[in-house]
Design a protein around this ligand. Structure first.
Ligand code: HEC
Length: 219
């Protein structure tokens, strides 16, 4: 990576504040999950609900997305379906084919979740203050105290990496931009002629001229 001047450095540092990390949860392959869940609703909800709690199981508290979280109940369900034990005799019955397809759908869903642990949904988020400072250190070799430049990150349940707390509000963007303006002049001071990286040396030479660094208005 070769940077061409102060403007690019400012853009880079301000941009770090809004870098995003993302991950997607994927659904297991096979039978259509919603038509399988319909079978549960049709043949099982009558007794396994929050009023009747037959066998201490209420399927109406669960959903097709939370199957891996209730693995024990669903493993028993697979056995009951395969053995033709549920629904009990006398209740409306799915066809044998439907019951076996449902059992195999549940097994596949449970197996897939073991291979790939269920991690829930992870929304896009920006870097937190600590990650921001680490990124500046790793890219430029400059140690900063992020508390001097950016507001406190909202800590959720003891985690400072929870996307719900790491939103990019207009106020945050303003602070990211002004922190970039304050940090850039420090690069010149931190870098020495012996700096090994040519990129850092070049950046250092460019931002060492304070009048240019301060008057830069890239946004
Ligand atoms: C007519 C009411 C009724 C219907 C409909 C019914 N069940 Fe049940 N189920 C029960 C009762 C009562 C028990 C507890 C006694 C037993 O285990 O046989 C039970 C127990 C269970 C258990 C065992 C719970 C445990 O941990 O011991 C599972 C799993 C289960 N049912 C799954 C199903 C599924 C899946 C369906 C639909 C395909 C279904 N049931 C439909 C009445 C019902």
């Amino acid at each position: 990576m070769r940077l061409n001047g102060t403007r690019q450095i400012l853009t880079l540092i301000a941009g770090l504040g809004t870098c995003f990390a993302a991950s997607a949860a994927s659904a297991p392959k096979g039978a259509d999950p919603h038509s399988q869940w319909k079978l549960i609703e049709t043949y099982c909800f009558d007794c396994h609900n929050t009023e009747d709690w037959a066998g201490s199981v209420a399927f109406d508290t669960m959903s097709v997305d939370t199957i891996p979280e209730e693995a024990k109940v669903w493993e028993t369900t697979v056995k009951k379906l395969k053995g033709g034990l549920m629904p009990p005799a006398g209740s409306a019955q799915p066809s044998r084919e439907e019951a076996l397809q449902l059992a195999s759908f549940l097994e596949t869903t449970l197996d897939t979740s073991l291979e790939k642990p269920y991690v829930g949904h992870i929304p896009l988020r920006r870097l937190n203050r600590r990650e921001y400072a680490n990124a500046i250190r790793d890219l430029i070799g400059l140690e900063i105290n992020p508390a001097t430049y950016l507001p406190d990150d909202e800590v959720k349940d003891g985690f400072d990496t929870d996307a719900a707390g790491l939103r990019v509000t207009p106020t945050f963007l303003d602070q990211a931009v002004s922190s970039a303006r304050e940090i850039v002049p420090l690069i010149g001071r931190a870098c020495t002629a012996e700096t090994e990286s040519p990129t850092v040396r070049e950046m250092s030479a460019r931002v060492a001229r304070p009048s240019r660094a301060i008057s830069a208005r890239p946004f």
